[in-house]
Every structure is written in structure tokens, then in C-alpha cells.
Design a protein around this ligand. Sequence first.
Ligand code: DI6
Ligand code: FE
Length: 411
Amino acid sequence: MSSRSTPPNRRRTCWRHARLATFAAGSPWGWIDDGALVTEGAHLAWVGAEADLPSNLQVDDEVDLHRALATPGLIDAHTHLVYGGDRAGEFEQRLQGATYEEIARAGGGIRSTVAATRAASDEALFQGAARRARILMAEGVTTLEVKSGYGLAQAHEARCLAAARRLARELPLDVRTTSLAAHALPPEFAGRPDDYIDAAITWLAGQQARGLVDAVDAFCDTIGFTPAQTERIFNEAQRLGLPVKLHAEQLSDQDGAALAARFGALSCDHLEHLSARGVAAMKAAGTVAVLLPGAYYFLRETKLPPVPALREAGVPIAIATDHNPGSSPALSLVLMLNMACTLFRLTPEEAWRGVTVHAARALGLPDRGVLAAGQRADFAVWDAEHPREIAYRFGHNPCRRVVHAGVERTM
Ligand code: DI6
Ligand code: FE
């Protein structure tokens, strides 16, 4: 062991005797049966088999994991975590026969959450999002994407993005923020969607100058915005050097994925109505398909995203909660693993890659999602022998320990 005076950013800890699912390319699960991880500050300095640990390795601490499973920290690449109120009443309405689209067209749906969000204080927005983030974190989530889209006015959109940024300052968690002003038409712009898009375009540069935004998204659908309106938002994102993502082909095929691919989108999300043309465009652009089984389930959709075509084309597939109050009030990425397998017929390994390595790619973060030297020291330790068990059970939380940026969280 080396000296106790090692500065925190150089402190080395060796985590020994783990079953490792590294998700490194080249072997199923990136599996190492008796593995070790060496963290140095916020990064992984060494990952491999116990038998290969360098004999001259100097570390400050050692932790024996007694053959527990360790995986990369989970990455939830699509959430709408910041909002006011809830939509439990709308859930009841839907059970009495109203559809999601009917409620939206009658001014409920997203717009009712917009009213509750505007009425909430900054502190209430933050505390609500923090409460939800802690639930996700307790299941091993170490990186989370958060979209705006319930403010729909310049100041309110900025408040929501600022609340998301505050999550990363106050919780042991990394947060990527996405501006989704083009989520729904706010009441002030009723009947004038193009004027609203003009306004939303002018907000982006200010959000970027304040360090509030990492990417730009839009809801391109019959109850959202047209491809032409989406393209105008994307042009401004491109001018500012911000990557784009798209809620594409959720309720209908708008050819949104091909549009997003033309802008080199990081991801297209939902995709139940994705065409063969959209699959090919995503493949050519290297765009990740983020599938959202929680929304599919909660809206009782019947049209499946084209998983066989995505798989065949080699489009990377990510899985996320899409946590939001209207179409996916889910707060369990572990449950999404099971639902991705059961509803979308992903293999357990595909589902797991979807919340680790492919989720990282959907956020443009090459430094995480895999356990390998040089990557961020974000990992979770589970009460399981193999990750397939975690995808198989549902309604449980087998996460026992979480290390974020080299520091173990108290759970
Ligand atoms: N698609 C969705 O499923 C969510 N947003 C979107 O564009 C739903 C948001 C909501 O109903 O509040
Ligand atoms: Fe969404």
C-alpha cells in the first residue's frame, strides 16, 4: 500500500474478486469471471483478470467484492425529469376511454404539465427532480440526460435547464441537458406554431452562453412539430455547434429520423413507426436508436419499433426510461431492461449494452459505458452473479454499491 497522503485525484483503490461485465467489444458481455478494477481518482487505471494484476501495483485501498457482479454505472439517456405536478388524473381519463392524442388536442397532456411547471418555484422544480433522480441513482444510474420542454417560454425553459444543472452540482451524478423547447405549442402561440419556432430559435444562443445546454431535441409528430419546423430548430443548433437528437416516429412516420440523420444526430428516440429508409439513414449517420419501452407500455402502443431491422443494419440501440409525467412515469432503468426484452424482444445483453455503452454514445460521451482503463470510474455492484438475472427479474432492486467518479456513494 502507498502512503495515506496521496492526493484524492491520484488515490488508487483496487476492487478485487468481481464478476465483471465490462461491455468492452469483442466478447459476450465483455465478461471477466474473476476480475479486478483499479480506480485512480475519477478514472479507471486498470481493468482485467485478477490473475493478471501487475505484481508491482501500488494502491491506497483494497476492497474485496467476494465474487459480486460489477457493471458500468447505468446511463439513462432520455428523461424529462424536471416538471411540476403530475398527470394521475389524465391516467384515470385514459382508463375511461380518452386517448393520449385526444387529451393532448383538448389542451391537456403536455400543456397541463406546462401550466404546473410555470407555477412551480425554482426550488420546487429542483426538489421534485432531485427526488426522482435519487430513485434512479439507487439502481446504479451514474449519468442522466434531462430535457427541458415543460417551460415553453424563454425564462421557464432556462429555469428547467438550470434545475437540471443543479442536480449535477448537488448529487453524485453526471447530468447532460437537452433543450426541448419544440416539445409542444404553448397557449400564447395557439395557431401560430411557426412564430413559436421563431421565438424558440432565438433562445438557444442564450442558453448556450449560460452553459445550460448540451444538445437540442424536438418532438416531430402530428401533435408536435412538422419536419420543416424541426429543421429550422436544427439549423440553429448546427450554427451554434450543438448536437441534435429527435423524438422521431413515435406516433406516426414523419421521416423525422432521416431528417435528424442529415444533421448527424446523436440519437433518434421512440421510433415505433420508423421506416426502412429511416433505419438506413441512421446507420449511415452513426445515429443511435433510443428505444423507450416505458412509453410504449404506458400508452399501450401496439406498433413495435423495428428491432430486427435495426439489429440487421447494425444501428446501436439504447434503452432509456423517458421518465415524464404523461407517457412514462417510470423511475426504474432496471425495469426497462426487462421491458426491453419482454416487449421489444431484445436479448438481455442488447438491453444491457443499451443502458451502458450505447447510452453513452447517445449522449456523445465516449469516456463511459464500458469498464476499461482510461474510462470514468463509474460502476455498480449488484446482488447477482450475472447481468442476465437483472434483466430477467422485475420489481426488484439488486443494486448494492455505486461508485461515481471514483467515489463510493452512501446508499
Ligand atoms: N413524447 C413523449 O412520449 C413525451 N414527450 C414526447 O415528445 C410525453 C410528454 C408528456 O406527455 O408530458
Ligand atoms: Fe421523451
